[in-house]
Each structure stands twice: as structure tokens, then as C-alpha cells.
Write a protein of this length. Sequence first.
Length: 203
Amino acid sequence: MILDLTKPINSSLETYVENNYRDPDFSCVEWSTIETQGFRVSALKMGTQTGTHIDAPAHFDSSGRCLEDLRLEKLIGRYFLLDLPKNTNEDLGQAFCAQYSEEAILFVRSDQSGVSSISRQALNMLLNLPPLVWVVDGDIRVESEAPLEFHRLLAIGGKYLIENLHTELARKVRPGGELIALPLALVGTSGAPCRVVVRELQP
């Protein structure tokens, strides 16, 4: 079975807003038509973090790597599915790391409520695992820290974060599959919209 975890990009997409900041709104308008030019072209306007997207470390770290520094093979492979409880402490972090078995990608899901808290110690343990690519469904926060501290620590750790998945489908993902994530091949950016597909492998 194949699951497409990508949110459709259309005018119904939510735009990230915080205090006085707002991400670029998405728009798609007709640029030319078959009647006028003999072919149809649309003009797109969006931010690099529109919809389902990948954050390069440069998104939160001024000295971090940009999108083009991530090799394509790091975006394709088996994933380690990690379902976080409401709160993850150091002991749970150790237990999760012990279950890891050299998968290429770390797929992390928050608690069913949509929000999970993780201690800084537990997060540091997970950051020491080999995968450069983290795929995250839900809101994960570092205990007693600001909401975006999770993102900042991943960036400082050199990790690439894929987020804003189609949650209903992401919750159907089972262990033992393969994930393929293909961002736009933008150069010099802190991220890009990304197609994310999971393929369940036969036992």
C-alpha cells in the first residue's frame, strides 16, 4: 500500500502566523490560456515552507546548511517509526534509542492529542541517532521551552525536518515501511514544499 502524506496545495492551506509575522500566502492564477496563447500556464506565489515542506538547518541556524546540501539518497529509505506519549523523559528516550535499528529516516508522531512534550535530555539522545532526515507529524515541544525550540535544536543538530503532513493519513503509517520525500530542487533556500510518500513493504 502507498500512502501520500502530502497536503494538497490550494487556497485552503493554513498560513503560518506568529505575532506580527506571517508566511507568504499561496496563490495560483491563470497566466496564459489555451484560447490566448495556445497553452495554459499558471503563476504561483508561495513561501518555501508552504504546505508539506522540508526545513533545512538554515531555517533556524544562521550557519546551517541549505537545502541543496542534503543528498537525495538521504530522503529515500526505511524509517524508524517513533510514537511519542504525552511526555517523554530521559528513561523513555533511552528506551526509544535502544529500539532503533539503523533505519535511514526518523518518523516521529506526537501523542493522539496532537501535542507531545520531550525533555531536552531525551531529545539530545534522539539527535545523536544517525538519520539526517526527521519526518514529524503533530506538535512536538521541548519541555519548559518556547514552542519553536524543538525546531531550533534540530537545526543546530544539522537535521532536516519534514512537517505539516496530512495528519489523517500519517496516523495510518505502520512500522517497517519505506519513505520517499522529494522537495523542489531549490538552491540557497532554507526549505521547500515536499512530496512525501510512504510505501508499506511486504514482510
